[in-house]
Design a protein around this ligand. Structure first.
Ligand code: TMP
Length: 234
């Protein structure tokens, strides 16, 4: 496969064109950012780890009938994907309260959220990715009401697959962020699912096993990413 010109560079990935107009390469970088890129750093081999973890999770979801942009992993840092038009709405699902919802609503840290909560954020760095309601999504024409229902339904379904998957590996899936894209008029899961975009707590020790180690300077960042890879891909 020939990798063509770069289409887009984000904070953690680059997207390249390929010789097929409906396929792109996602290249996973080691760059790490937090707090809307106010904090920047590098997590050694993060790109490799996140590519492999995302690959495994997209395969697991495909088995459960959840379509995504994933086609195949083509190298350590590259994933061949369907070219989608990203819907600029970040879909967050929470099984426990932590992070921004604790700051925003004063919920007790670690509080169980059952049934899980789905939140929407407007994907716009210049605005700091604000929380938005379904009415905002309609007002701004980011998605149609039926597409919003689809986003929520898919997020909940993905949770029912991933929650037991991680539990079997000794990890609590605390929350995660998904991005979806339009492909042939259909909504499919896109982007990545990794320790950058999820929170995992070790079931035995409660240890943080995700990007919170970078956000909060908890140390042992690289080792933790490698440990998540080991648990997910073994
Ligand atoms: P939050 O508690 O900061 O809103 O984060 C919720 C989930 O979304 C958590 O698993 C981390 C993930 N996330 C991203 O993937 N990208 C982001 O820019 C932010 C703020 C959170």
């Amino acid at each position: 496969m020939t990798t063509g010109e770069m289409l887009y560079e984000g904070k953690a990935k680059k997207i390249f064109l390929t010789d097929k107009e409906d396929e792109v390469i996602q290249y996973f970088k080691d760059d790490a950012t937090a707090f809307n890129a106010e904090k920047r750093g590098t997590i050694l081999e993060k790109g490799i780890v996140n590519n492999k973890i995302s690959t495994r999770l997209f395969q697991e979801l495909a088995k459960a009938g959840i379509p995504s942009h994933f086609i195949q992993q083509v190298s350590d840092r590259e994933m061949l994907s369907r070219r989608v038009q990203i819907i600029p709405v970040e879909v967050v699902l929470r099984n426990r309260a932590t992070g921004s919802i604790v700051k925003r609503l004063g919920l007790q840290e670690g509080m169980m959220i059952d049934p899980p909560l789905v939140e929407f954020f407007y994907k716009d760095d210049s605005l700091g990715d604000p929380l938005i309601t379904e009415d905002h999504i309609r007002l701004m024409k980011l998605a149609t009401p039926s597409q919003v229902i689809e986003l929520r339904t898919q997020a909940l379904k993905i949770n029912t697959v991933l929650l037991p998957f991680f539990q079997q590996r000794g990890m609590l899936l605390v929350d995660f962020k998904l991005e979806f894209g339009l492909w042939n008029g259909q909504i499919i899961l896109a982007d990545e699912i990794s320790p950058d975009t999820c929170r995992f707590w070790d079931i035995q020790t409660g240890e943080r096993m995700d990007k919170d180690r970078f956000r909060k300077d908890l140390g042992r960042i690289e080792e933790t990413y490698q440990e998540v890879l080991r648990r997910v891909c073994n």
